[in-house]
Ligand binder design. Structure first.
Ligand SMILES: O=C(O)CCC(=O)C(=O)O
Ligand SMILES: [Fe+2]
Length: 303
């Protein structure tokens, strides 16, 4: 078996300096924002999450996921309409800044889309997830930043509790990870106190760590942002409780797919239920603004 060793450090550490985090993401493929959530947000999200998991367990809804090696951990795949604290995380200002940094400008300034907002809670005895990239499902490998990922820490992330493991600089390897057992990638744990957020380019090789603790859990909320021309995990307007989305920001709903506009062309939602259609967002730019944008983009597209 071939082992791919870690590159030269020093490696990114949790910091409140966002410019440093961006530099880390560029060079290493990941960075860690400290104090990304307030202690109140962490407490609320953690307790809502525990209650939701308990409820799903009682209802027998916990399913094994093909992405994990066992079913000791707990995953909840849809968080947006379970509580406002999660819905309002969708258009979090820091997450948006990092998504813009990773994905770059979008055509006609169309907002990105949220791919998914889910939770992953490791529990004592959970095995590691195995090294992967979050764009592995896009074949063949496309060497462009397609996915901006944010893992919010709701508990302290340390090695024992199963902090996410990363392969520094793997976002630039130029191919998907080899998963036939012939290659072993050395990894590092992404560390930080509860309230931190791991930011990474979806090409980065990574995976949940094993939880080797006796009695501690590690809860994470995972968000992914994609280009407006990509397909999210689900058709959210068909799936989410409209009552829980009412009162959300325009940007939040655009990120959730309630935009009726794609690359400047608006289409009515003729057959949507009234309360769902009422949440949809039409064109927010004038024709003149769009023409100006297209003219600005032309040299870049040609060149
Ligand atoms: O929970 C984690 O630490 C990472 C999970 C992950 O990589 C994934 O779900 O794709
Ligand atoms: Fe992942």
């Amino acid at each position: 078996m071939q082992t791919i060793p870690l590159p030269e450090g020093p490696f990114p550490v949790a910091t409140t300096d966002r410019e440093q985090v961006k530099a880390d993401v560029k060079e290493f493929g990941y960075g860690i924002v400290k104090d990304a959530l307030t202690p109140e947000q962490v407490r609320l999200m953690r307790s809502v999450l525990s209650a939701e998991i308990e409820q799903e367990e009682r209802a027998g809804k916990i399913k094994e996921s093909y992405t994990d090696r066992d079913a000791v951990n707990r995953r909840l795949s849809i968080l947006m309409d379970r509580h406002e604290c999660f819905r309002d995380l969708v258009d979090d200002e820091m997450a948006m800044e990092m998504a813009r940094f990773i994905l770059g400008p979008s055509y006609l300034d169309e907002p990105y889309l949220l791919h998914a907002l889910s939770a992953n809670v490791t529990r004592p005895g959970s095995r590691d997830m195995g090294v992967h990239g979050d764009t592995d499902y896009i074949l063949p490998h496309l060497d462009a930043p397609l996915f901006a990922r944010v893992i919010w820490f709701l508990d302290d992330f340390d090695e024992e509790v199963g902090a996410t493991r990363v392969v520094p600089k793997s976002h630039l390897f130029g191919h998907l990870p080899v998963k036939d057992g012939s290659v072993k990638y050395e990894t590092l744990p992404a560390l930080g106190p509860a309230g931190s957020a791991l930011i990474y380019d979806g090409r980065l090789y990574h995976g949940t760590g094993a939880n080797t603790s006796k009695d501690r859990e590690r809860a994470a909320v995972i968000a992914g942002y994609i280009h407006p021309w990509m397909r999210p995990l689900a058709n959210y307007p068909m799936l989410l409780d409209p009552a829980a989305i009412e009162g959300s920001s325009v940007l939040c709903r655009q990120l959730l797919g309630y935009g009726r506009v794609n690359i400047g062309f608006e289409q009515p939602w003729r057959y949507a239920r009234e309360d769902v259609a009422a949440l949809s967002i039409g064109q927010t730019r004038t024709i003149e603004e769009m023409r100006r944008q297209v003219r600005q983009d032309e040299p870049a597209q040609a060149g």
